[in-house]
Design a protein around this ligand. Structure first.
Ligand SMILES: [Fe+2]
Length: 236
């Protein structure tokens, strides 16, 4: 996963390199899926509750890491070239971080609660996570409609790919895999094939195989995986 140019074929409709699109699709899907699970869960089922809270902590950690990547690699670069309104995005990220701390505290409260209190606390977590997602949907929309055009006017595609590669190259393998698990099922078939086709060509074979087996196959339907395998010429 060290030489990851696997997103290099992901382009927006105008053919420009899209830093935000694939990861934001992944975050939208993962967060909405988790919200639905929070609505469905029986908080009297200790095992299911523990699994859900663990998944929630994992997703919040990925969302926080994503903010760090944007702060460190995108906001500073935009500011250095004189882009307007980067402060707004910084403030939105600060708000997200405060929200993550509140959500973590609610998760800990549920874990520590007596069994007969968990359902009511779980309802609070459901509402708090729902309004966080609402804010995050607006925030990501601003990034994709306001910040992305600034990136396209101020940076070449080669520079944007270099930003992406610095982000991906900074990830330990298990975190890179966790992000692939978010992004692959959220992408459309053509994006999926472009993302993984670039990786097939440029990443070490064992890294590519691991992504196929641990990020793609378990997170796609049989039909989606068959489509991907056909597009990538994978030998069954
Ligand atoms: Fe952001």
């Amino acid at each position: 996963m060290t030489h990851t140019h696997h997103l290099s074929e992901i382009m927006d409709l105008k053919g420009r390199y899209d830093l935000y699109g694939p990861i934001h699709k992944g975050l939208r899907k993962a967060q909405c899926d988790l919200l639905v699970r929070l609505g469905n869960i029986d908080f009297n089922d200790a095992r299911a509750t523990a699994d859900l809270l663990s998944d929630m902590r994992g997703l919040l950690a990925l969302a926080a890491a994503h903010l760090e990547h944007e702060d460190g690699q995108i906001h500073d670069a935009l500011r250095a070239r004189g882009a307007a309104s980067v402060d707004r995005l910084d403030h939105q990220h600060d708000d997200h971080r405060a929200t993550f701390a509140r959500l973590e505290a609610l998760v800990a409260d549920i874990e520590a609660a007596k069994a007969d209190e968990r359902t009511a606390l779980g309802r609070q977590l459901y509402l708090a996570f729902g309004i966080y997602i609402a804010h995050d949907l607006e925030h990501m929309h601003e990034e994709e409609t306001v910040a992305a055009p600034q990136l396209w006017s101020l940076f070449s595609d080669a520079e944007l790919m270099a930003i992406e590669n610095r982000i991906v190259g900074s990830l330990p393998p298990e975190k890179a895999m966790a992000f692939m698990r978010l992004m692959i099922p959220a992408a459309n078939p053509g994006e999926r094939a472009a993302m993984l086709g670039g990786m097939k060509q440029q990443a070490p074979r064992e890294a590519f195989d691991a992504v196929i087996e641990f990020a793609a196959r378990p997170n796609l339907s049989a039909a989606e995986f068959a489509d991907l395998a056909r597009r990538l010429d994978l030998v069954a």
